[in-house]
Design a protein around this ligand. Sequence first.
Ligand SMILES: Cc1cn([C@H]2C[C@H](O)[C@@H](COP(=O)(O)OP(=O)(O)OP(=O)(O)O)O2)c(=O)[nH]c1=O
Length: 200
Amino acid sequence: MRRRIFRNLKPLTLASQSPRRKELLANLGLVFSVEPAKINEPPPESETPKHYALKLARLKANEVASQVKEGVVLAADTIVVYQDEILGKPQNEEDAFRMLELLSGNKHEVFTAYIIQEKSAILAENVVKTEVFFKKLTQEEIKAYLATDEPWDKAGAYAIQGLASYMVKCINGSVTNVIGLPLTEVIEDLLRLKVITYEK
Ligand SMILES: Cc1cn([C@H]2C[C@H](O)[C@@H](COP(=O)(O)OP(=O)(O)OP(=O)(O)O)O2)c(=O)[nH]c1=O
């Protein structure tokens, strides 16, 4: 039995070090190479969260697209936003604790911006929003979670796909968007741009 819906019409490079993004695409049976973008993420300025995520995704896409010989590059950036405050990856334990205290018992937004680029031409760019509702967390619970290695490389200091899954009461929007790539939209764009097509 075949485990593949899509085949490539063009080579695809994922410009990401994120094991989650790689797994999300690999789960669909997509064929792609991985080339992490080596950029220093600048801190947010006065732009909106949506524009900040797009700015970072553009920087990543540009860096890798300038090096890739053939095909298209897919780059993305995910941020967590609580009442207009952008929560990136936590810097330290104190930072992670503060983030989880903000999210506790509240609604926040997760934005993932993605870019599909070929050489210097941006073929598609999009920002997708998901609303996430957290249960109330106790201090003891946050401490126990922070003792795991899960929060450190995640925006907002949690992983919906991991140990924090029980902390999420409900979401409004795409779950893969929270994990790092809004697959519905990304696949639609890759099909439209004829980077991939359906297997016969
Ligand atoms: C909120 C949330 C974020 N994340 C992850 C997705 C991203 O990997 C990370 C946000 O950081 P990003 O800066 O978007 O990505 P990255 O540094 O991991 O990889 P790269 O820049 O090379 O593409 O947080 C989860 O895995 N689960 C979650 O529930």
